[in-house]
Structures are given as C-alpha cells and as structure tokens.
Design a binder for this molecule. Structure first.
Ligand code: ATR
Length: 436
C-alpha cells in the first residue's frame, strides 16, 4: 500500500461531488456502484453550491451540516467551476494538482487537514492506454483547448512520452501560459492557433467546450484524417466532435465517459484504499445513462425497476432486468460485459455508438462493429501509467502552490462561465457533459 492509500475498509465515510450546477453529475451513481462492487461502507451525494459558494459549502459539508448522514464527511469530488478554488482551499496538494493548479478530489486526512489531488490526467491516460489500447509513446498527439480540461491532462500526456504534442487553442496566450506553467522545459511541445495546426496526427484529443455549442470543426481536417480521436466530453449519443472527426477520416472517435470513470476510480482508491474495477460500468454505459435519466438512486435500483424493462427494447436486456428481480441481476450484468465493447466508440462505418467490440481472430485482435460488420485491426494494449501516477503521488507543501498572476487575469469571468454551463446542462440526459 503506497503513501497515498489507506486502509479505510472498515470505516464508514460520507462523500459528495460539489459543483455549480451539479444535478447533471453521474458521480453519485458511479461511486455508489463502486461501493457496492467493493463492499465499502460509504454514502455519496450531490453537494450543490452557489456560484461563489465553494468554501461555504465545503466547510459546511466537512462540519457535518450538509445532510442527515451518520458517517463522517471524508472526501469530496470537485467539478466545474470550483477545481481551481479547491486547489487554494485545501492544505496540501499532490504533484498533479499542484502542476494543474486544480483539484478534483479532496481527502480529509487523519489529523483533520485537507489534501487535494487531481486524478483527471491519470484518468485520461488510463482510458486511452488501458481501456482503448492507444499508444501515446512515440506518437504525434494534438491536444485542442487550454481550459480546465487541458490543465489536468497536459502533464499526464507528456509523462507517456509522445514524440510531439501540439497544444492548439483559440486564445493562443492561454495555451502558452499553460505550457509555461506545466511543462516549461519540454522540448517536444509546440503551441499554436487551431488554424495553424498542420500535418497528420496519431491521436487527437478535444478538450474544448466548443461542441457544446454545436461546433465540431476546430482544426484543419488533415489533423484528424487517419487519427484516433478522443472527445473529453461524453454523451449517451455521438458527440459533435466525434461526428465531425469521423466524417473527415478519423479511424476512431471515442467520448470521455471512460475518463470520467477512471478519474472516479482513482479518487475512490485515494479515499478507500481499494481500486474499483471500471469494466462493468464502461460496458454498461447505457444502464448508467438510463439510471440518470430516470432519476434512480443506484444502478441496482434502476436495473430492478419496471421502467428499466420498458426502456430496454432488446430481449436479452429485458431478461437481465428480470433476473435482478430474482436476485441474480448483478451476475447478469457481468455476463453482458464479456463482449468487451469499447465504451463510447462510434463505428466509422455505420455511426452507431457502443457497438464496437474487441475480439480475437486467427490474425490477431480486431475491433468489429456488431451493428454493420465493419472491422479493422485493434491497436496493441499497453500498461497504464495512469494508476501508477496516482499511486506514487506525494503530497506537496501548500506554500509552493502559486498561480502566475497572468493566469489569474486570464480566468473566465463568472458570468461567462455561467453562460457556458447553462448551455452545457440544459438536458441532463441527452446533452454532452464535461468530465467529472
Ligand atoms: P474551463 O472552464 O474548463 O477553463 P472553458 O472556459 O469553457 O473551460 O474553455 C475550455 C476550452 O474550450 C478553452 O480552451 C476554450 O478556448 P479559449 O481559451 O479560446 O476560450 C475552448 N473553446 C470554447 N468554445 C470554443 C469555440 N467555440 N471554439 C474554439 N475553442 C473553444
């Protein structure tokens, strides 16, 4: 067990995700499922806060005033727009949070002080490398966007040693400042405006919020032709960026639900000393979105409900739901995972989402679409550096954490952020979501 892990298995704990707005968040469903899967005695809720109310809400939560729960408040997940405020609020930062200047996971230490972590970068790496089997080492990687999402991702991507990483952002100065903050000495990083992106890439990652406004075309089409494309946003259906990338020759387009699950699993490990398996939630993403849309407290309750039976149209899923009522539902859910579908992948041929599976053939592994029969060779899987990065994290003295004044002055004004978020979360069930 590393320094950042702890044996809390016997201790009950109360956790929550704080944000503004927060109703859209899938985190309670995810963490309650993790708790069930690992047998951990914890509760997990949404923690709403006013736009300027992070500290008030966090203080009240840890003082035990935020709800009628018996367990002690032990940790928080932090999402928009509070990740940077959380980095200032905690007492100590792990290296990833310090570099990013942003915290997505808070843990109350045994002495009552607060530790801040950032598991977004390791979550992204775990999804790209372990779940999807994409090779970053030696690859030419394009990261689009220089907001909060890129801030958590940049150092993690560089730690996987791409041959070159191009950071493109509409506001060039923000990209330049991000590189100065996170990777001032990196010789393989180039910064440019989106229109100046040139050449082909192996991996293209969208970390902007542009597609929430319906804009998928962010860079010249040559950048995505032949590339594996990843959208940090996620949605029950294809994201705008995925659709745009596929129509311009991307080999694959995958959304960010896997990143959301992996950053959550890394947070759970920090809190509870146990790393939950994300496989069942990745493969059962329709169940997750369905439970959220129907407003259920847990996946198990959703799978056992009549509404679930009605919602599912195929006979296999209906049988699984029936089995839940007979007490064997969990097993059935596991049965359905065995196909190894790539969560969030969109078929380049028929455009169906979540129909791509990995299978062994006489010639090796291939990715095949069960909807239209399209297939192509699967990239080889490599070990995840993400989990290791979190496991080896050491806490930093808080005094070292200073955000450059130039970054503070570039921060998005509160009213603009609220406008963006109003667009983001109009329909919790059907719009694309930012991660966490
Ligand atoms: P955060 O709150 O995470 O910092 P944000 O302000 O919503 O995020 O912006 C996230 C990223 O999306 C930024 O890189 C932003 O570009 P700017 O730095 O130029 O603002 C990018 N973005 C948002 N809308 C965009 C659009 N229509 N075209 C291109 N990039 C866009």
């Amino acid at each position: 067990m590393s320094q950042t892990e702890r044996d809390t298995s016997a201790m009950a704990g109360h956790y929550a995700v704080i944000g503004h707005p927060i109703d859209h968040s899938l985190s309670p469903l995810i963490h309650r499922q993790f708790a069930q899967d690992t047998g951990q005695p914890l509760t997990y809720d949404l923690l709403p806060a006013a736009a300027d109310g992070f500290a008030t809400a966090a203080n009240a939560f840890f003082a035990g005033d935020a709800g009628a729960v018996d367990a002690p408040a032990a940790g928080l997940n932090v999402t928009l727009p509070f990740k940077e405020q959380a980095a200032v609020w905690v007492d100590r930062l792990d290296p990833a949070a310090q570099l990013a200047g942003a915290v997505n996971t808070i843990r109350r230490a045994e002495d009552g002080t607060f530790e801040g972590f950032n598991t977004d970068g390791s979550g992204l790496l775990a999804d790209l490398q372990t779940n999807l089997g994409w090779s970053i080492a030696g690859a030419r990687v394009l990261l689009i966007g220089a907001g909060g999402a890129s801030r958590g991702a940049l150092d993690a991507l560089l730690s996987a040693e791409p041959a070159q990483l191009v950071l493109a952002n509409r506001t060039l100065a923000k990209a330049q400042e991000l590189v100065v903050q996170v990777a001032p000495a990196a010789s393989n990083v180039r910064v440019c405006a989106p229109a100046e992106v040139d050449g082909a890439f192996d991996i293209v990652i969208n970390a902007t919020s542009a597609s929430l406004g319906g804009q998928g075309a962010l860079v010249p089409t040559a950048a995505v032709k032949g590339a594996q494309c990843y959208d940090m946003l996620y949605a029950p259906t294809q994201t705008v960026f995925s659709g745009w990338a596929l129509s311009h020759g991307a080999t694959w387009a995958v959304d960010g639900l896997g990143m959301l699950l992996e950053q959550a699993a890394a947070a759970f490990l920090l809190w509870r000393g146990v790393r939950p398996d994300t496989t069942s939630l990745l493969s059962g993403r329709n169940d997750l979105f369905g439970a959220k849309r129907a407003g259920f407290h847990s996946l198990a309750a959703w799978l056992a409900s009549d509404e679930y039976l009605q919602w599912q149209s195929d006979p296999g899923a209906a049988a699984a739901a029936q089995a839940v009522e007979q007490g064997t539902g969990q097993q059935n859910r596991v049965e359905r995972q065995k196909g190894q579908f790539i969560a969030g992948a969109v078929c380049p041929s028929c455009r169906e989402i979540d129909r791509i599976m990995v299978r062994e053939t006489a010639d090796g592994r291939e990715q095949a679409c069960v909807a239209c029969g399209f297939s192509q060779p699967a990239p080889s899987t490599e070990a995840s550096a993400g989990a290791a990065a979190v496991d080896s994290a050491l806490m930093m003295p808080k005094g070292k954490h200073e955000r450059p004044a130039s970054l503070v002055s570039q921060a998005t004004p509160v009213e603009e952020r609220e406008k963006i978020q109003a667009v983001r979360f109009i329909d919790p069930a059907d719009s694309s979501k930012p991660n966490t």
